[in-house]
Design a protein around this ligand. Structure first.
Ligand code: LMR
Length: 392
C-alpha cells in the first residue's frame, strides 16, 4: 500500500519552522510561526498558568476520562468570557476542541454534514491551514478579497464578491488580528460585514484565535459578540493557544451560537458524534488550566494583566517595525503595520524573495510574506528592517 503514496507538500508555516530550527547561524531571526516571544526570545509560561498548574498537580485526584465534549464548565466559561450574558443550552452549545484548528475542523465537518452543498468562503489571504482543513473534508473553497498592505478595508467590495455565494454557504471571518495581514475592520465595518452575510443567507464562521491580542480582552470579545448579535446562527472557533500561551496543550472550543428550539441541541449532538468519531475525547490539561484561571478572580486578574503586557509589547513592536522600515525605505507607506493588530503583518515580497531572505540573510518569514511581529527584538529592529527591505 505505502508504495502508492505521493509525498505531500508540507504546510508552509511548519516548513519554515523546521528550516529555522535546522539553521546553525547565530544571527538568524525567526519571524515565522505565530508564537509570541518576549524580548529575551522566550515564549514564557504565563504566571497564572503556572499557578493553576501547581494547583492541579496538588489537587487533581484522577485522570479518568472527562467526556466526548470535554469539560462543559470550561466550554461555558470560555463562551461567556467572549459572549457575556448568553446561556449554555439556550444561546450556545459546544465542545472542548483540540486547539482552535481542531475547533475549525469540527465545525466545518458539522456544517458540511448539515449542508453538503455548502461552499466555504475564505478571505484571500488567510491562514493556510484553513484551506488544508477544508480540503481534507472535501469542502468546496472560494475566496473573497482582504487587504494586504493597507489598513483601508472596503466592506462593500467584500460583500460584492460574496454576491456569488449561495444561501447556506459558510464565510470564514477572522474575529480580529487577521492572520496573516493584521488588518481588521473597525466595529462598524465588522457589523456591516455581518449584516451583509445575514442579508445573503450566509453563515458566519468566526475564527477567534487571538482574542486579547488586539485592543483588549473585552474589546476583542465585543467584536465576536457584535456578529452574534446580528446573525441568527454562527459557528465560532475559539483558541486558547496564544492568549493563555498554552500552545502545545491544544486547547480550544468549537461553539454553535444559535437558539434552543431552533436545532441547537440536535446540531450539538452531531458535533459530539463527529468529535467521538474523530478522536473520542479531547485532552484535558489545557482546558483544566483555563477553567482554573477563569473561575478564580485573582488568577483571572493576573492572567489579564499579563495578557495586557503581551499585547502592549506586540503593539510596541508593530510601531517600532513600521518606524524602522520607514527609516530603511522612505518611498513605501509602512503605516499599515502600525495600524494593524495582533502578531502578523505582511511584507510585499515574492516567494523567491522570501527564500532569499531566509537563505541569504537568515530572516525567516512565511513565503506569503507574513512576518510574526510578536517575535521581534526591538533592540535589533533597524538591523532586521534593513535585512527585510533588502529583499524587496
Ligand atoms: C500560525 O499561524 O503560525 C499559528 O497559528 C501556528 C499554526 O498552527 O500555523
Amino acid at each position: 500500500m505505502f508504495e502508492n503514496a505521493a509525498a505531500q507538500p508540507i504546510d508552509q508555516i511548519i516548513a519554515i519552522s523546521r528550516a529555522y530550527a535546522a539553521d546553525k547561524r547565530y544571527d538568524k531571526v525567526d519571524l515565522g510561526i505565530g508564537v509570541y516571544k518576549d524580548s529575551g526570545g522566550e515564549t514564557p509560561i504565563m504566571r497564572a498558568v503556572k499557578r493553576a498548574e501547581e494547583r492541579l498537580v496538588a489537587e487533581q485526584r484522577t485522570k479518568t476520562y472527562v467526556g466526548v465534549g470535554g469539560d462543559p464548565r470550561f466550554v461555558e466559561l470560555m463562551a461567556q468570557a467572549v459572549l457575556p450574558g448568553r446561556q449554555m443550552g439556550q444561546d450556545f452549545a459546544g465542545v472542548q476542541a483540540v486547539g482552535g484548528s481542531g475547533a475549525v475542523r469540527l465545525l466545518a465537518e458539522t456544517a458540511l454534514r448539515l449542508n453538503p452543498d455548502a461552499r466555504f468562503w475564505l478571505p484571500d489571504p488567510t491562514w493556510p491551514n484553513h484551506g488544508a482543513i477544508l480540503g481534507a473534508i472535501g469542502a468546496g473553497i472560494e475566496r473573497y478579497p482582504w487587504p494586504r498592505f493597507t489598513a483601508a478595508i472596503d466592506i462593500d467590495a467584500i460583500l460584492a464578491s460574496l454576491d456569488a455565494a449561495s444561501p447556506g454557504d459558510c464565510v470564514i471571518v477572522h474575529a480580529g488580528c487577521h492572520n496573516p495581514s493584521g488588518i481588521d475592520p473597525d466595529l462598524a465595518g465588522l457589523r456591516a460585514l455581518a449584516e451583509g452575510l445575514v442579508a445573503r443567507g450566509l453563515m458566519p464562521f468566526v475564527d477567534a484565535a487571538y482574542i486579547g491580542f488586539g485592543k483588549g480582552w473585552e474589546e476583542d470579545a465585543a467584536r465576536v459578540a457584535a456578529i452574534a448579535d446580528i446573525a441568527p446562527e454562527m459557528l465560532l472557533a475559539l483558541s486558547c493557544s496564544k492568549n493563555f500561551s498554552i500552545y502545545r496543550e491544544r486547547t480550544g472550543v468549537a461553539l454553535l451560537v444559535g437558539r434552543a428550539g431552533k436545532g441547537l441541541n440536535a446540531t450539538m449532538s452531531l458535533l459530539l458524534a463527529i468529535a467521538r468519531a474523530s478522536y473520542s475525547m479531547p485532552p484535558d490539561h489545557g482546558a483544566n488550566v483555563v477553567r482554573t484561571i477563569l473561575e478564580d478572580e485573582a488568577l483571572r486578574r493576573e492572567w489579564l494583566d499579563e495578557l495586557a503586557d503581551t499585547r502592549d509589547r506586540i503593539n510596541r513592536n508593530r510601531a517600532g517595525l513600521a518606524l524602522a522600515l520607514a527609516r530603511a525605505r522612505q518611498d513605501i507607506d509602512w503605516t499599515y503595520i502600525d495600524k494593524g493588530y495582533g502578531m502578523f503583518a505582511l511584507l510585499d515580497v515574492t516567494e523567491e524573495s522570501a527564500r532569499r531572505l531566509r537563505e541569504e540573510v537568515g530572516v525567516y518569514i512565511i513565503p506569503d510574506g507574513r512576518m510574526n511581529v510578536a517575535a521581534i527584538n526591538l533592540d535589533h529592529v533597524d538591523e532586521i528592517a534593513a535585512r527585510l527591505v533588502a529583499a524587496l
